[in-house]
Every structure is written in structure tokens, then in C-alpha cells.
Ligand binder design. Structure first.
Ligand SMILES: [Zn+2]
Length: 291
């Protein structure tokens, strides 16, 4: 039975969870085009080493769900490490590093497994190989959580309801068939969403849906718009640690709110703009080459 004290403690626990966002982990010098979404493998290794040293314990959304069901305690410093797009190096580079520290991660995969390359990267001039079926299954067997990143990686807010529903539901079903296990987490392509898409994510059977720069600053306040910390390519312990601080997320949230307000004011003379669509992040994330 939950008492007010338990409820307060529960809420406090919710906000302790940190969710990191990575895309590519590469072993070459980062050029400008990729600087925003790639981290060098040596830097990534150092970051994981630091997390371990600072006492963080990596969990998955599935673990967190067990916690909500009262079947699992949260560790003292829980952290969820997520990867969008499922580039091939998750298997070859990320997996051995995380295994060394006993850390699982959550990998968001496109459900259309005939898509073997990151076709959405074309605008940056190059596409990259994605995980194949066998590698995805192996990651799952190693304790990684596999989540859906839609069927084909579109901007869901631009699709008809039927198309968006297919992207959400069919990707979950196909991944569940591949893994022979439930798929409970989702990441919105490009971090783009609106209230209608959020509702559909819930109706399609997901328990968690990750945004990027949007959503409340504290984890647990909105499980269908989970704000993540996009990790920058730094092995400076101080800079890395700053990103993990609750104030960092809060300030990013404040910045997002102010920008959104400004954006709405600029559009105030517009006639039929759907105010539920988050206008500002569309632009900023594209500029930031966020996927
Ligand atoms: Zn993506």
C-alpha cells in the first residue's frame, strides 16, 4: 500500500534516473558534419569508465518497469544509456566496452529490417551500415534492451494518422517477432513528436517513449516524452560530469521553454498552426543534425 511518504520517496527516485543519448561511436577524427552526433571510441570508453568510477549503475527501461511494478529496487545511481539508429559499431565497438563494465544499454532499431543502411543520413553525404538481425538478437541475449525507432525513420508528425500508426505498431510487432520478446520502448525519429503521436505510442503498446531535447527535466514526469542528455564528444571529466548534473537538464529545459515561447510569439499572427506541434525543436534538431 502506498503512503504519502512512499509516494514522495517514489517521486524522488523517479527524478534520479539519468538517460543518456548516443548515436555513432567512431574511430576516426570527427569531421564537422558528424561532430554533433558522433563520439570517438576512446572518448566513449573513458566516459563509461568514469560512470563506473562515479558509482553509476546502468539499467534499462525494462528494469525500470520492474521497479514500477515493485519487482526490482533501483540502484543508488541509476543511468540508462541509449543509442538511436543502431549503427553497426554498437555490436563491434560499444558492446565489448559496456560488457567490460557490466553495463547494458538500450538500442533503438528501425523495424523494417530490410533497411541495412542509415538512409536518413543521406543529407550528410554518407550512409552507414546498421546492425543486422543476428547482431540485434545477440545484443538482446547479452542483456541489452532493443527498442523501436519506427519502421522507416520518418518525421512522424508529418505523416497521416494511419501512416504514423503503422510506423509505431508494425515496428514493435516485427521486432517482437525477431526477438521473441516484448518491445516496450520507443524513440521518436529526429526527436520529433506531438500530443497525437505520444498518445499513439501509448496505444501501440509502448511503456516508454524517448524524445531528445523536449519533455520535462526530471525523469518519470512524462514517460512518453523522456528527455535525454545528448552526450558530447569530451573526455574531460568535469565537462562530462556537468552534463549529468540535474541543473544541466533543468537549464536545457528552461532554454527549450523560452525558445518555444519565442517561436509561438513570432507565429502569433498565423491562422491554423497546430499549437501542439513542437515547432522550435524541429528546426534546432535538424540544425544540430540530430537523429
Ligand atoms: Zn534516429
Amino acid at each position: 500500500m502506498s503512503s504519502p511518504q512512499n509516494h514522495t520517496k517514489h517521486n524522488r527516485d523517479l527524478h534520479k534516473v539519468i538517460v543518456l543519448l548516443y548515436h555513432r561511436i567512431i574511430d576516426e577524427a570527427i569531421n564537422d558534419d558528424w561532430a554533433n552526433i558522433a563520439v570517438l571510441d576512446t572518448v566513449f570508453h573513458r566516459q563509461i569508465e568514469l560512470l563506473d568510477h562515479w558509482g553509476y549503475t546502468a539499467i534499462t527501461f525494462e528494469d525500470y518497469n520492474l521497479y514500477l511494478e515493485g519487482k526490482l529496487d533501483l540502484p543508488k545511481k541509476p543511468i540508462i544509456i541509449t543509442f538511436d539508429d543502431a549503427y553497426e559499431e554498437i555490436h563491434s565497438v560499444v558492446r565489448p566496452i559496456l560488457q567490460k563494465y557490466g553495463m547494458p544499454a538500450v538500442v533503438f532499431v528501425v523495424g523494417d529490417l530490410s533497411i541495412r543502411e542509415s538512409v536518413w543520413d543521406k543529407e550528410l553525404g554518407t550512409v552507414f551500415k546498421l546492425l543486422n538481425d543476428k547482431q540485434i538478437i545477440e545484443l538482446k541475449q547479452d542483456g541489452f534492451e532493443i527498442g523501436s525507432h519506427s519502421m522507416t525513420h520518418p518525421d512522424l508528425t508529418k505523416l497521416s494518422r494511419e501512416e504514423a500508426w503503422r510506423e509505431l505498431l508494425r515496428s514493435r510487432m516485427l521486432l517482437e517477432i525477431l526477438l521473441n520478446a516484448p518491445v516496450r520502448s520507443f524513440a521518436y525519429p529526429y526527436g520529433l513528436l506531438n500530443d497525437s503521436i505520444k498518445k499513439m505510442a501509448s496505444e501501440a503498446g509502448y511503456l516508454f517513449a524517448c524524445a531528445a531535447y523536449t519533455g520535462p527535466p526530471g525523469f518519470g514526469s512524462d514517460l512518453y516524452e523522456i528527455r535525454r542528455i545528448k552526450v558530447i564528444n569530451t573526455d574531460n571529466p568535469l565537462l562530462f560530469r556537468l552534463q549529468l548534473h540535474p541543473w544541466y537538464s533543468f537549464l536545457r529545459w528552461l532554454y527549450w521553454k523560452l525558445k518555444r515561447l519565442t517561436s509561438r510569439n513570432v507565429k502569433s499572427s498565423g491562422s491554423s498552426t497546430n499549437s501542439k506541434i513542437i515547432n522550435m525543436p524541429v528546426q534546432s534538431e535538424r540544425q544540430d543534425r540530430f537523429h
